[in-house]
Design a protein around this ligand. Sequence first.
Ligand code: ZN
Ligand code: ZN
Length: 288
Amino acid sequence: MALVPMEKIHPYSGKQALLTSKHRKLELIAPVFQESVGLLITEEALDTDQLGTFSGEIERLLPPLQTAIAKARLGMKEQGVALGIASEGSIGADPLAPFINSDIEHLVLVDDERGIIISEVFRSLEIVAARAEVIPGQNLEGFLRRADFPNHSLIVRPRAERFETVVKGIGSLPELHAAIRLCAEESAGGFVEVESDLRAHHSPSRRRNIERSALLLADRVSHLCPECQSPGWGRVAYEKGLHCGLFNILIPEAIGREVLGCVACDHTAPGKLIAEVADPSICPHCNP
Ligand SMILES: [Zn+2]
Ligand SMILES: [Zn+2]
């Protein structure tokens, strides 16, 4: 009988982590981690609005990754636990292609026992984010189609410098029209702003992206550093500098392969090969 080597047990197997979120993200994130490393995630439904809101009443002051870390720590502090998870999304004009909308989802795992933070980011162009200025009684058919309403919820607010009323989580036509009438009373010209409610529990397209970010993070968490056995081994950079495929010319920015690294120690190793030579289309000689 052949001896089958015992599978290494992941250090997070059977451990508990706390997800700080008030927008029903647990069902998107927990199953993925349970399956991949056996980490059990529970949810702390804390109000994280102090760190910024999508609807803009409170501006986000920290960069998204730091916001996610701060969110995770809110719940960890509240419950006195050492393992925490939180996500933070940025939705709007894409930083690389400003004419289209993108959803950039950061997801972090904070481990204060080991003193490490493992994070992933997932960028998606598949996000429903529509906005319009309307007046009461206006035909909204085209806009509502773009906004994938009522599958995706809406937010209505007055078009004014200062206002009191913001109606969120609108999921039916009667609610929408009532909210538009209500907010129009607070607007100087009668115009109101209608836009997608991007909170996770109101945006199915965003929910899918959060789920994808969870798959990425769980995969990174599942890999242990070959040197120190810390969870979180994965891509940390790219090796750059390739020769053009047609001419012997070095293109410093051309990506050759992934560099894998650890979140706890300095160990790195070459990762997946991406290309051996540079595509002539990015070569200043072949494609000036
Ligand atoms: Zn290491
Ligand atoms: Zn070339």
